[in-house]
Write a protein of this length. Structure first.
Length: 95
């Protein structure tokens, strides 16, 4: 059920314990990755898929888990994400 108090709230504004309960409450693997490509959080299901633990995944680059072809593609995607994030920040600072 959707929490009316959280409607319109970005993921970055959610309390950490609330996020953890959302991610841990699903059976599917959930992986939260920063614009830098570093793992912020992975639930137990995602860690099991990668043969690891959630604690061991924290801080690791997503590219560690990709083959060579996908690694290059992911690095390009992450670079574009950082550029777009910078553009959003620049627009906000002008206003």
């Amino acid at each position: 059920m959707l929490d009316p108090q959280l409607m319109g709230t970005s993921v970055g504004q959610l309390p950490r314990d609330r996020l953890r309960s959302i991610f841990d409450g699903v059976f599917d693997g959930s992986w939260l990755v920063a614009d830098s490509g570093l793992t912020i959080y992975a639930n137990e299901a995602m860690a099991a898929l990668l043969g690891s633990t959630p604690d061991a995944l924290r801080g690791r680059p997503i590219t560690d888990f990709l083959d060579e072809a996908l690694r290059a593609e992911a690095k390009g995607f992450l670079a574009r994400q950082r550029i777009q994030a910078g553009e959003r920040i620049d627009r906000k600072s002008v206003v």
